[in-house]
Design a protein. Structure first.
Length: 304
């Protein structure tokens, strides 16, 4: 139901952006008034803005994957456009109340053109930085003290990776960079804390190749994973689900992928590692049955 309200708002916001950009362009040059510019401008912008809808309606294919990838990049740029233009308009309202040289500069043609050029540079620069930065894998170390004894283990080195979102924007090359970073840590344990996929298995580019890459992760006790809220098959429109919770299903290929990647899936389970410590897959136990399984499993492990 939320889409009924969001779609009209999205259309109005795009109309607002279209108007403000065109007004700035015509201030730069009278040539931008020409139909030879206005028609292509409206067409290209409309295709980008509607790419979210096209990606949703198109049948599964390589072309649909391409459109979905474009729509993902567009959505980020759209948010920057909206934010910067809105802030600029708010500042203009404030500056109207201020007299002096600042007012004169920002309300003359040269000032208007300058502000537009500045915003264009900022939006393009931040968008480019975001695309490049998303490919960068960063390691953030944390030292955590656990006030418990663990026989034979004075310390453990655990690598936590979350929100891989394998799909339209994340491919094997990025996983290769991540695996290289993980293996450099000489970890005892590697855990993937949900959102391994991006809702649609079809979106995963070369899944066999990615699984093979992930299978090269090196650690003492192996790799484990849990599923998150994006590890279900559901149709998304601009990041919003258009299916009900009752219709959500998990593609069995998700689990097959993890097996091929030598990653053990813990679905609301607890496992004992090296007969010394437990790895719990959920924040809380969902039901009494899970608690009973945990109690039974604990009998086979030494207490920590």
């Amino acid at each position: 139901m939320i889409l009924i309200f969001i779609i009209p708002i999205y259309i109005l916001l795009n109309a607002y952006i279209l108007h403000r950009i065109h007004k700035w362009l015509t201030a730069c040059s009278e040539r931008f008034h020409s139909k030879w510019f206005v028609v292509p401008y409206l067409t290209i912008y409309s295709l980008l803005a509607l790419s979210l809808l096209f990606a949703f309606l198109l049948p599964a294919s390589e072309f649909q994957v391409l459109v979905k990838r474009i729509s993902n990049y567009w959505l980020g740029t759209f948010l920057y456009l909206l934010m910067f233009i809105a802030v600029a308009d708010i500042l203009r309202l404030i500056l109207k109340q201020i007299t002096g040289k600042i007012h004169e500069f920002f309300f003359c043609k040269a000032g208007y053109v300058f502000v537009g050029l500045l915003l264009t540079a900022l939006i393009c620069g931040i968008s480019a930085y975001g695309i490049l930065h998303s490919k960068h894998v960063k390691v953030t170390p944390y030292d955590i003290t656990v006030e418990k004894s663990c026989a034979g283990h004075d310390s453990l080195k655990i690598v936590l990776a979350a929100d891989l979102h394998l799909g339209y924007s994340v491919d094997d090359r990025q996983m290769q960079r991540m695996v290289k970073k993980i293996n450099a840590q000489n970890a005892d344990l590697v855990v993937f804390a949900g959102d391994v996929f991006d809702n649609e298995y079809e979106a995963v580019q070369n899944p066999d190749k990615i699984a093979k890459t992930l299978s090269t992760i090196q650690s003492t006790y192996g790799s484990y994973a849990v599923f998150g809220n994006h590890d279900v098959t559901e149709r998304l429109l601009g990041g919003f689900s258009v299916t009900s919770k009752e219709n959500e299903v998990r593609d069995p290929r998700f689990e097959s992928f993890l097996k091929d990647a030598d990653i053990t899936l813990l679905d609301d389970k607890v496992t004992c590692i090296d007969n010394a410590f437990y790895l719990v897959a959920e924040k809380i136990f969902k039901n009494q049955e899970t608690a009973q399984r945990t109690e039974k499993l604990s009998k086979n492990c030494s207490r920590t």
